[in-house]
Design a protein around this ligand. Structure first.
Ligand code: OMP
Length: 278
């Protein structure tokens, strides 16, 4: 099944636009887990078991695993396998922000889809079309392209005006729209911290899926994100939240606390969704 179809099914099944970002920062993982032989996997596993009925996707961030060396990479691989085995309807987005010359990108494709078996991967378009082609050619996978990122420095390059007077992020959005028309597998990363830009991107492309990080720890605006980002079918936006869910608790009951926080996000999103396009 194609990634976008799998995502749409998970949204409907769990009635949720919430994605949980799995950023298992070793310094923030509850102390008692450090006695476990694989604390990072154990942390993710317990979070997943408490939240799998509340989300439409999981997004493991590769750096939080691979920065721990071979064992960290193994924990990532086990985490993806755990989701695929126990919650096969929930798509896994590998957040790796890849993109390089073609031959190197081909290896990144193998990393994401053969070694880790993810359903989608985040990519950085800075090196241009040929750097993303090995990804785009995987038509059943999701290729999630950075368009307007959440961070304060996003404006350094992404807002620079191109020769036709358009900011660069809109130029990128236009390209991704074209690639999606050709390959039918693209999603745009658009930060919730920039609602005005998000609105402009939605006006440019009324149909494509957005992956929207930045709600929670980065202070993104959930209401405006949904108001400006949702498609007229009240879908098309995946709200990705990491720290404020993962680290809602730091004791034995951390996973339960994460589940409670995830439920709050899911319900808040649905409450806002219900008021729009009426
Ligand atoms: P929280 O701020 O803790 O919810 O986590 C944000 C997560 O989203 C991190 O894993 C980031 O790497 C990721 N992210 C951003 O914060 N900003 C972006 O513009 C894009 C991403 C991403 O691609 O997921």
């Amino acid at each position: 099944m194609r990634f976008i179809e799998k995502l749409e099914n998970a949204i409907k099944k769990n009635h949720s636009l919430l994605c949980i970002g799995l950023d298992p920062d070793i310094d923030k993982i509850p102390k008692h887990l450090h006695k476990d032989s694989d604390p990072v996997f154990e942390f993710c596993k317990q979070i997943i078991d408490e939240t799998a009925h509340l989300v439409c996707a999981y997004k493991p961030q590769i750096a939080f695993f691979s920065s721990l060396g071979v064992e960290g990479f193994s924990a990532l691989s086990k985490t993806v396998r755990y989701i695929k085995t126990n919650y096969e309807d929930i798509p896994v987005i590998l957040d790796a922000k890849r993109g390089d010359i073609g031959t190197t990108s081909e290896k990144y494709v193998e990393e994401a889809f053969t070694v880790l078996n993810a359903d989608a991967v985040t990519v950085n378009p800075y090196m241009g079309r040929d750097s993303l082609e090995p990804f785009l050619e995987k038509r059943d996978k999701g290729i999630i392209v950075l368009v307007r990122t959440t961070n304060p420095g996003a404006s350094d390059f992404q807002d620079v005006l191109t020769v036709d007077g358009q900011p660069f992020y809109l130029y990128v959005a236009r390209k991704v729209k074209d690639w999606h028309r050709l390959y039918n597998n693209c999603v745009m990363v658009v930060g919730s911290t920039w609602p005005d830009e998000l609105q402009k991107i939605r006006q440019l492309d009324p149909h494509i899926f957005f992956l929207v990080p930045g709600v929670g720890a980065q202070g993104g605006n959930l209401k405006k994100t949904l108001e400006f980002g949702l498609r007229t079918d009240k879908s098309g936006v995946v709200i990705s939240v990491s720290r404020s869910i993962l680290f809602a608790g730091d004791k034995d009951d951390f996973a339960k606390k994460a589940g409670e926080e995830a439920l709050k996000y899911k319900e808040e999103i649905n409450k806002i969704r219900a008021t729009l396009f009426e």
